[in-house]
Write a new protein. Structure first.
Length: 215
């Protein structure tokens, strides 16, 4: 909506129809709306767009988990999703022969002050099952036995996720997660973090080693 200045014959500011009014160097200036460039994008512009799309697409499938994981780690006018995007765009995108790819080991799904799991390990002892375990120690003294485990497992070969929210309390010291049977033989990428029982605090996500699912 444009705002009229100094009567019917004065200038205006903001947008009115296809025009934009503004005060520039002591004068009222009216300009047309900018038109999209018809020039083809440069190689650097295409690279930025591809990197942007890569991170947005990957995060979008697990956006509810990211909203919790970054709930206390974003600016006032920034969403949790955007804060995670900014971090992962800067740190987790690599180039392979000029093509952007994700370095899963550098992706951060959660950032917070709650204690991480102590010495979390992952084993595969049963077909299509991942066995997580951790110690009882609370390293930074923030957290307790009622904190709840969140697990995210990504399978690049299938481009699918397996997730578990509130999977087990910290006091359980272990959690066995079933994944789809057709994942047998695939390499998967797992992350874990804890969330307080009231949902207000979370730990920083921990990436575990890539693991082959037994089939």
């Amino acid at each position: 909506m444009g705002i009229q200045l100094w009567g019917a014959f004065g200038g205006f500011r903001k947008k009115t129809g296809a025009l934009i009014g503004k005060w520039l160097n002591g004068q009222n200036v009216i300009t047309p709306l900018p038109h999209p460039s018809e020039a083809p994008p440069t190689a650097s512009q295409l690279l930025v767009r591809n990197k942007f799309a890569l991170v947005v697409k990957w995060q979008s499938w697990i956006s509810p988990i990211i909203r919790v994981g970054w709930q206390n780690a974003h600016e006032e006018k920034q969403t949790a999703f955007n804060a995670a995007f900014a971090y992962n765009y800067r740190n987790a995108v690599v180039l392979n022969a000029g093509t952007p790819e994700l370095d899963y080991s550098k992706i951060m799904l959660a950032k917070g002050r709650l204690s991480n799991g102590f010495m979390v390990t992952l084993a595969t002892t049963t077909d299509a099952q991942l066995d997580f375990s951790w110690g009882a120690t609370i390293e930074n003294k923030i957290g307790g036995p009622t904190d709840l485990l969140t697990v995210v497992v990504y399978n690049p070969a299938k481009d699918r996720y397996a997730t578990a929210v509130d999977a087990a309390p910290r006091s359980a010291l272990s959690y066995d997660m079933a994944v789809p049977a057709n994942w047998g033989g695939d390499i998967v990428y797992p992350w874990v973090f804890f969330v307080s029982a009231d949902g207000k605090l979370n730990s920083t996500s921990e990436f575990l080693a890539p693991t082959e699912v037994q089939g």
